[in-house]
Design a protein around this ligand. Structure first.
Ligand code: E4P
Length: 260
């Protein structure tokens, strides 16, 4: 993110807020100041990238699943009717549930997207990052239908999606890595561009393959990450947590005490 642009933007927000304004440029250096609430944005949201409703139900019990993303490959993997599975998922999580159109033309995308949006109020219509997809996104945005623009592989594609009014942009980290690029750089680039101009399109880090991807996406300032179930499960774990807990439990048993 360009530091000067952030300073200018934050100073503007401070000027409009009731909070105590920064007094010097140094107050705005990372780590030395508290960002105003309006700029701090939301807590990073974690979505599950799945159509497996049993797995979703189980992980949703933690209260840590903020939403769900699906795609045509995941629908095919479920072996279920798309509208049914999307409706079931929408009943399991309150947050956004991405459901992807299959049409390639604008009229088809609009018809499918409106139908998908009618399944539940938390459906986000997922649209591919093509010229037709962005034309449809612009129209969905005018109609108040939430969109997730998917298959984003460049910062300029993300710029166009934001200008089209996308609610979310999905840069595909893992697939870029597979292609010999540094997928995470794309998240940083998009963050900088969106912050430079105050776009409120949320950056949804997608095609996540490892817990390290989740960490790096968070460090790069992604608003959300969509995570396959196995990687989500792995986020809870660390061998030192397991070892430490075993030792604590063994020592606790020796005390013969009970807290309740
Ligand atoms: C989510 O919106 C994407 O469809 C998904 O993250 C793609 O992941 P993959 O590259 O592992 O298929």
């Amino acid at each position: 993110m360009r530091f000067a642009a952030r300073v200018a933007r934050e100073a503007k927000v401070w000027a409009q807020s009731d909070a105590k304004p920064v007094s010097t440029f140094a107050d705005l250096r990372p780590g030395s100041y508290k960002r105003p609430e309006q700029v701090q944005g939301q807590i990073m949201q974690l979505f599950l990238d799945t159509t497996d409703t049993a797995v979703l139900k189980d992980l949703a019990e933690t209260g840590l699943v903020d939403g769900v993303t699906t795609n045509p490959s995941l629908i095919a993997k479920s072996g279920r009717n798309m509208l049914e599975v999307i409706a079931e998922i929408c009943g399991l999580v309150e947050g956004p549930v991405s459901a992807e159109v299959a049409a390639m033309d604008v009229a088809g995308m609009l018809a499918e997207g409106r139908k998908l949006a009618g399944v539940a109020p938390n459906v986000v219509v997922k649209v591919p990052l093509t010229r037709e997809g962005l034309t449809a996104t612009k129209e969905f945005s005018a109609e108040g239908i939430q969109t997730n623009v998917t298959l984003c592989f460049s910062a300029t594609q993300a710029l166009l999606a934001a200008k089209a009014g996308a609610s979310y942009i999905s840069p595909f980290i893992g697939r870029l890595d597979d292609h010999g690029a540094e997928g995470m750089d794309l998240i940083s680039e998009i963050r900088a561009i969106y912050d430079n101009y105050g776009f409120d399109t949320e950056i949804l880090a997608a095609s996540i393959r490892t817990p390290a991807h989740v960490k790096e996406a968070a460090l790069a300032g992604a608003d959300c990450a969509t995570i396959p179930p196995a990687v989500f499960q792995a986020l809870f774990k660390h061998p030192l947590t397991e070892q430490g807990l075993q030792q604590f439990m063994a020592d606790w048993a020796k005390t013969g005490q009970s807290i309740l």
